[in-house]
Design a protein around this ligand. Structure first.
Ligand code: FAD
Length: 490
């Protein structure tokens, strides 16, 4: 049987892959594409995580696509609303028909002579081969099969149930139960209030505090604008407002960390009981936005701390016991259920093994170009969004730039494109300058980034608008060749 060939192969049918397909259809209608999705459903993150309360911490006016207004009253949205939005985008644009489910990409081999990728896929245990001119990797940033759980002393002694939020059992009945949630990140602060409404008591056990900022779950300005303006215009204005707002909070955090710390502390203290030890539980050792800030819609976490249905403990785990957890302070926490909200295992490019003309690609030796391609890797673009703002804001710009790059290649008659470092010893730094545990654990195996454009992976939307939307796609660091002539154009 002849091997199927597509112009662009998108890996992943999450928010990024569906978005990439939209831009391809809109801007490159002559090109064929397919989306390969390892799971049997679209939506990625928003379908995988099923724990109670699962929601965004970004507002959907910036997390949503630029081309499709978010029209719900809730601006911080639950996973089911986000999934509806993604799937509606896919179906109303015919993208759903291009998704091949249960197709896990295992490896991709580039051939310069043929100017294409040969992609090996596992489809329900059966090997499938597809060739593609380009790969657009929208496979997210973490392993789907396994969340991260540190080794806990005495884990096997615990007679209750241990649950990881990435693998939440659909039939878990926690009514009236004593629950300890280990962690202090976005997942833990989402879970605690969601569980507290039914559980006997929920304890959030953290090793160290995180910055937690209450935000309104509804955006009053957005909802008013939507009543008086056409949906597209209202969305555009709200999106701009929120982009500026997010950037402002980030900039102020970077420039005036002490003022920001004071502001967050005062906000937290206002929401907590009078005698609450705010500094013990809500005063991190790092500065705001050195790690992703956690938001709690309408202060729901603080409400549960006020009404006593939840509590927070800052301590270290000495060991799990038969009935719960013993802490280093000697205190014991009783539990029927322990939830390990201890994070993700970072994995870029869907774990796909890449080779170029037979030589394996070592990601750690590569440098990111414009935050969307890798040095010396031809015809491969990827979607990695912001970590300090809504992921999708960046992915939309990357998709736009990618489609412009394809048009440019058509214009100059090139079919191969790869970034080349200006000097092999160009100074680099880690790809993600982010203190999160999952980043630190994997940073050595990731590509790096340069110190300035175009080798810098920007985390600044305004700068990216200039570079990716306004700037030329041609670049002195990009090599364009044609497989028929193998000739350098630029
Ligand atoms: C619980 C949680 C909440 C979050 N909340 C926010 C938020 O509020 N704001 C924000 O900006 N970010 C948030 N993030 C980060 C979030 O993951 C991204 O913003 C966004 O959802 C990523 O979308 P994506 O499509 O790039 O990747 P994903 O959603 O991870 O989707 C990737 C898809 O690729 C598929 N895939 C992976 N490898 C392969 C392969 N080898 N072959 C075939 N298919 C493959 C996966 O099955 C998956 O469907 C959150 C993350 C988590 C875990």
């Amino acid at each position: 049987m002849a091997t199927e060939h597509v112009n662009v192969l998108i890996i992943g049918a999450g928010i990024s892959g569906i978005g990439a397909a939209y831009y391809l259809q809109a801007e490159q209608s002559g090109r064929s594409y397919a989306i390969l999705e390892a799971r049997e459903a679209s939506g990625g993150t928003w379908d995988l995580f099923r724990y109670p309360g699962i929601r965004s911490d970004s507002d959907l006016h910036t997390f949503g696509y630029e081309f499709k207004p978010w029209v719900h009253d809730k601006s911080i949205a639950t996973a089911d609303l986000i999934l509806d939005y993604l799937r509606e985008t896919a179906s109303e644009n015919g993208i759903d028909k291009q998704i091949r489910y249960r197709h896990k990409v295992v490896s991709a081999a580039w051939s310069t002579a043929e100017a294409c990728w040969t992609v090996e896929v596992d489809h329900d245990g059966e090997p499938v081969t597809i060739t593609a001119d380009w790969i657009f990797c929208a496979a997210g940033y973490y392993r789907y099969d396994e969340g991260f759980t540190p080794t806990f002393e005495g884990r096997e002694q615990f007679t209750g149930q241990i649950v990881h939020p990435q693998h939440w059992p659909a039939d878990l009945d926690y009514t009236g139960k004593k629950i300890v949630v280990i962690g202090s990140g976005a997942t833990a602060v989402t879970l605690v209030p969601a569980l507290a409404s039914q559980a006997g008591h929920v304890t959030m056990l953290q090793r160290s505090p995180t910055y937690i900022l209450p935000v309104p779950s509804e955006d009053a300005i957005a909802n008013t604008l939507r009543k008086v303006l056409p949906a597209n215009l209202a969305y555009r204005i709200t999106r701009q407002k929120n982009v500026v707002q997010q950037r402002l909070i980030w900039e102020v955090s970077q420039r005036f960390p002490r003022a920001m710390r004071r502001f967050i502390r005062a906000t937290n203290a206002r929401q907590l009981p009078k005698d609450f030890p705010v500094d013990e539980h809500f005063k991190p050792t790092y500065n705001p936005w050195d790690q992703r800030m956690c938001t709690v819609p309408d202060g729901d976490l603080f409400k549960t701390l006020r009404d006593g249905s939840a509590s927070v403990v800052t301590d270290r785990i000495a060991t799990f016991t038969e009935t719960g957890i013993r802490l280093e302070s000697g205190r014991e926490l009783e539990a029927d259920i322990i939830v390990t909200a201890t994070g993700l295992n970072l994995q870029l490019f869907g774990g796909v093994a890449l080779t170029i003309d037979g030589t394996p690609v070592s990601l750690a030796d590569k440098v990111a170009f414009k935050g969307m391609m890798l040095s010396d890797v031809p015809n491969l673009a990827y979607a990695i969004g912001y970590t300090n703002s809504s992921w999708t804001l960046k992915v939309g710009l990357l998709c736009e730039h990618f489609t412009r790059l394809l048009s440019h290649m058509d214009e100059i008659g090139a079919d191969i494109c790869y970034p080349e470092l200006p000097a092999p010893d160009m100074a680099t730094r880690p790809l993600l300058d982010f203190g999160a545990g999952y980043v630190k654990r994997a940073i050595e195996d990731l590509p790096r980034q340069g110190l300035s454009y175009p080798w810098l992976t920007s985390m600044n939307y305004q700068a990216d608008v200039k570079l990716l939307r306004g700037g030329p796609v041609d670049d002195p660091n990009l090599r364009f060749t044609s497989s028929s002539r193998i000739e350098v154009f630029a």
